[in-house]
Design a protein around this ligand. Structure first.
Ligand code: AMP
Ligand code: MG
Length: 345
């Protein structure tokens, strides 16, 4: 696994381990904290949602192979690394514990620093690093999380969030009800696109769903129920996929716009797996340009959960000498975005 190539940069790589939910990923950041390659595997349940224990078993089984592949394809070995970081929370306890155990082992065996990081903050920092934005409002839309976040008084504050399920979770559950396997989001996107292309005069009112905004917060379980009922009443699947996207994405973009107005910030950053969706990306662009702000969207590989973003945030902590003692490295299943002090600029 270790390379003896003396021409490679021996200094400063960071290894990042992601294992909050369905994805197990190990990635790299270079000595400037820029994200590089990552190797990822994900559980794809044939039936039902993610079972935390089964996902954890999957991660434990795959961890060694993922690490080996990453090191071999990048011609790197233990001596190239300065630190190993891992998602300390929030996430599914059993899954988090696998990532933490792998990170502790690597830290001890390789003699490098250990850094537990906040998964949600990693989505922001990989976006800032790769898109070049400075002080954005983040619209974080993933499987388990939906939050509108902005930095204030040294913390990333949650200005609004889902009161029930994450938007990605809602898309996946709706898809599952229709026999579409996990992850449902990409298929819903393609079905919706096809429907509007074939039905350019379709009216949203014919496939109305609850509007998910409640003040600065959002809610998606009512949309899920109503969408399943529309299907039961005979509405075409493509039409319902289109309606789900239009209703829920508009709701997210509305709250994001209000956050921009409240904070007077001029940058909007998208993050999380649902940020792969082109319709959502377009809506954010339109909203931002209408209020003379700028919308930033990371490459899709940095929107979904990935190890490189954990390495990016690990590097920021490392540069502030903020490493994690072994005795304080337990996972934090319910860690909140605003519990992590932002020590860097
Ligand atoms: P994450 O939890 O950040 O890894 O993101 C996974 C979630 O992103 C799942 O719920 C997917 O269904 C969703 N997702 C991935 N690609 C898309 C897409 N193109 N449109 C909508 N949702 C997506
Ligand atoms: Mg995520």
């Amino acid at each position: 696994m270790q390379s003896n190539n003396s021409t490679i940069n021996r200094n400063g790589y960071i290894l990042g381990i992601e294992s909050t939910a369905h994805t197990f990923s190990i990635g790299l950041a270079d000595s400037t904290g820029y994200p590089l390659d990552s190797v990822s595997v994900a559980v794809r349940p044939l039936k039902g949602g993610i079972h935390p224990r089964e996902a954890a078993d999957h991660h434990a089984e795959k961890a060694a192979g993922v690490l080996q592949e990453l090191l071999e394809t990048n011609n790197l070995g233990p001596t190239n690394f300065e630190a190993v970081s891992y998602s300390q929370g929030p996430g599914l306890g059993p899954c988090l514990r696998i990532g933490a155990s792998v990170a502790r082992t690597i830290s001890q065996k390789w003699g490098i620093s250990l850094i537990g990081v906040n998964h949600c903050v990693a989505h922001i920092e990989v976006g800032r690093k790769t898109c070049g934005c400075d002080d954005p409002v983040l619209l974080y839309v993933s499987g388990g999380n939906t939050q509108i976040i902005a930095k204030m008084d040294g913390k990333y504050r949650v200005l609004g969030e889902t009161l029930d399920i994450g938007i990605g979770n809602m898309l996946d559950k709706f898809a599952r009800e229709q026999g579409i396997p996990f992850p449902g989001g990409p298929k819903i996107e393609s079905l919706a696109k096809e429907w509007v292309e074939n039905n350019p005069d379709a009216k949203l009112g014919d496939f109305a769903l609850p509007y998910a905004v409640q003040g600065m917060d959002l809610a998606f379980s009512g949309v899920l129920n109503a969408a399943c009922n529309l299907i039961k009443k005979g509405a075409p699947l493509g039409a319902v996929c289109w309606s789900i996207q239009e209703h829920t994405f508009s709701a997210c973009v509305e709250v994001a716009e209000r956050a921009l107005a409240h904070t007077s910030k001029k940058e909007l950053l998208l993050g999380g797996g649902v940020a792969c969706n082109s319709r959502l990306r377009d809506m954010c662009d339109i909203m931002a340009s209408e209020r003379s702000a700028k919308s930033f969207v990371p490459e899709r590989k940095f929107c979904v959960d990935n190890g490189s973003m954990i390495a990016v945030l690990g590097k920021l902590h490392l540069d502030c000498n903020d490493t994690t003692e072994l005795s304080k490295s337990s996972v934090l299943q319910y860690l909140r975005t605003d519990q992590t002090p932002i020590l860097w600029s």
